[in-house]
Ligand binder design. Structure first.
Ligand SMILES: [Zn+2]
Length: 266
């Protein structure tokens, strides 16, 4: 077990304060999201240092910047999404909670090299999912539903496109390359991390198309993740009520680790 030096915790608190305050000012996070980010950043930095902090920070900063690109095109899709660009505390925990747990396990078990690969895999998963969506909705071509392959509306849960898949691969690749800077990785390991991220993002799409709750708005007839649309209550169309996008994102983060464990067991 790593000794928790007070100065590391002090640096962690300082860094976490800077990240959450700046992110709040840049409108990357809501107030609750800034609190959630502060908590996770203190833990991840104090326990893992830059080795664990830099990959998740790369995910967070690059994804936040990506969400600001093509705002006009995204505003249509965003009337479908339950939540928009600014992350709240639930989204922060859904995206970074599993990574935080892995950080704690990594240093508690001292199997740092092996767990670091799983750590990168779970971040690759949430990155592939986020970039897949952010890049996918910029596409001019209509996406297809992952389950039926039927053409669907941009922003629908479970909608996939070639651009989105490519975005996911790039996102997972960026995380692997960042990780390689802190722990030299073989090509086999880099490919494993990218595959874990990509497959997890596809699992996310499948769950999004099946068990994630989707509602329909009786005012504008749009299908949405929101319980309230056009200032009215929507009605459940498909999926399980408590399974929302945040819940599916947690399963995506877990799927990244599961696929990684399977890949590296060969
Ligand atoms: Zn509506």
């Amino acid at each position: 077990m790593k000794n928790f030096v007070m100065s590391e915790m002090f640096d962690g608190i300082l860094l976490a304060t800077i990240i959450s305050v700046v992110s709040f000012k840049l409108k990357f996070l809501t107030k609750s999201g800034a609190v959630g980010t502060f908590i996770l950043a203190v833990i991840i930095y104090t326990v893992g240092g830059w080795k664990t902090t830099f990959p998740i920070l790369s995910f967070f900063i690059l994804s936040s910047l990506l969400s600001k690109i093509g705002k006009k095109q995204k505003s249509d899709a965003q009337s479908v999404f339950e939540k928009t660009g600014q992350r709240d505390i639930i989204q922060v925990f859904a995206n970074g909670g599993i990574a935080t747990i892995i950080t704690l396990v990594m240093f508690a078990t001292n199997e740092i090299n092996q767990f670091y690969i799983y750590y990168l895999s779970t971040i690759a998963a949430v990155t592939a999912d986020t970039w897949g969506t952010e890049i996918g909705i910029l596409s001019k071509k209509q996406p297809r539903l992952i389950t039926t392959l039927k053409i669907t509306v941009v922003g629908t849960s479970g909608a996939v496109s070639l651009n989105g898949l490519l975005g996911g691969i790039i996102g997972a690749g960026v995380i692997a390359i960042v990780g390689n800077y802190f722990q030299p990785l073989t090509y086999y390991e880099i490919i494993g991390i990218v595959i874990s991220g990509l497959i997890a993002s596809l699992v996310d799409s499948i769950l999004g198309a099946t068990i994630q709750s989707q509602y329909s708005c009786s005012i504008c007839n749009k299908i949405t993740e929101r319980k309230i649309h056009c200032a009215n209550n929507t009605t459940l169309l498909s999926g399980i009520p408590f399974i929302n996008n945040d819940f599916v994102n947690i399963l995506c983060a877990v799927a990244g680790i599961v696929v990684s464990i399977i890949y590296f067991s060969f």
